[in-house]
Design a protein around this ligand. Sequence first.
Ligand SMILES: *Cc1c(COP(=O)(O)O)cnc(C)c1O
Length: 339
Amino acid sequence: MPSTSIDFRSDTVTSPSEGMREAMASAPVGDDVYGEDPSVAALQDRVANLIGKAAGLYLPSGTQSNLVALMTHCARGEEFIASQQAHCYKYEAGGAAVLGSIQPQPVETLADGTMPLEAIEAAIKPDDMHFAPTRLLALENTIGGKVLPAAFVSEATTLARAHGLALHLDGARIFNAAVASGVDAGALTAPFDSVSVCLSKGLGAPVGSVLVGSCDFIEKATRLRKMLGGGMRQAGIVAAAGLYALEHNIARLADDHARARRLAEGLAAYEAIDVDLPQTNIVFLRVDPSVSEAFSAHLRSAGIAVSGRYGMQRWVTHLDISDADIDRTLAVVADFFGR
Ligand SMILES: *Cc1c(COP(=O)(O)O)cnc(C)c1O
């Protein structure tokens, strides 16, 4: 294995930069369960401000942030609607059902990350004792690396409101959506009551998410965070990394998007590779089954790591992938295909 390894598995694999580590080392801290950590308070305010909500809550992970949001919106025995492919339905170990006694109502996902409006409407239960009361529609932006079409967000949220539902946005990569679409994050998230933002994905912080919403919502969420074991003490040490990330790493997401695009365009030159042109930092590709194993082995031996399941590979660009890494990767791929 060559010493330089290029890790495309996820945008969660980044290491804190020198500047980020310095910000962490000098962060003022206090006991945040007592609400006394100034760095956590500053981070919560900053994200609430960027998203345009009244208050924020710092949580250890995006999974816990989504769970706290779902449990704040929905009581035991109530139901939330989400896409079949939504992280909060599919990739969080069933936490809402297990820990919140909240019934998930997944709805089919279309190729662009949306759901058919008729399917959402049909999933909303009438007031009848046979049904779990439907309380919430949860959307995700970006979803599978795609920016949700604005018309869909507007129509789906209007429909949900007409039925009295609350609205949550899993905005783990909302700044990727904002940078890719040229629309302010606050505008993208305006229809939602709550938004969860990951600091540990493209923004490059080591851990943490911030959930934002109204003051009342965040007050209830704070109790649930404690219940779920997410109350942290001198968390300013890691919150400072989040503040640094918001300051330095939002605009540069455009570089990740450009690199993902260059990667996809380079890969598209090969007949054995079927690649979707990315909108943001995630490239999906299918490699012809006749060569896919050899191709994967070739990448591995060149120190290039990718992730994949069911014949679909996912290559993600991030802070620790440079232009030179893209060049080297395309050269390694060219070497495999003999050109
Ligand atoms: C990563 C991710 C999460 C969960 O974040 P963790 O910090 O890994 O728990 C939630 N939603 C989406 C869309 C994500 O990509």
